[in-house]
Design a protein around this ligand. Sequence first.
Ligand SMILES: [Zn+2]
Length: 235
Amino acid sequence: MKSILVLIVCWNLVQGDDSGCLSQGGTCQEDVLQCSGHYVSGLCTGSATRRCCLHGGTGSSGTGSCHNVQIVSRSAWGATAPKSVSNLHLPVNLVFIHHTETPACHDPASCKSRVQNIQHYHISTNGWADIGYSFLVAEDGAIYEGRGWDRVGAHTEGYNQRGIAFSFIGSYSGSKPPAAALTAVKNMIQCGISLGKVASGYHLYGHRDVNPTSCPGDALYHEIQTWPHYSHTKP
Ligand SMILES: [Zn+2]
């Protein structure tokens, strides 16, 4: 027992202060070990191979780790708490693409207030428990966390229990969203697969494929038909 105590004390002395990593929600570990997010140097004490594994996303609220996507968490955009929550059975097989049919936004300040307004509209006018979409994407490629990976949304009537939805902030009938936004959603879908949220054999649809709507706009609808997993057969 005594020797174990001595070892623990020595270990702590050697490790010193890892607060740079811990304060970012990461874990200091040997970088040969699996890291669910990505490694950052210079935040952990000890040898150069002892690095900070940053898990990314916002942890408990369900964005998981998507190292190649910039995710704006609910708390970061100032979301109101949902009125009720029900969880999806994961992984989901269906991914739906929408547009918000609002003006677009390109920077954190204007997108934050745009997403707040959409949430307010969905709760106050539509009477929903929360913002309808799983995630929203801005023209600068930033992804705003809606209901996240884990929770049933209110986006695609008849399919909310079986799928998740990405909504492009803007109106994309005449022109498609910028490359940054398109790439961000593609990366998020890949990330969803790696996190076990989306089935690897998922089917991708536009909102209009399953509900009577023009969503996600003609230009965006044509674009997503070139994406892998776009499905011409109804779910
Ligand atoms: Zn839609």
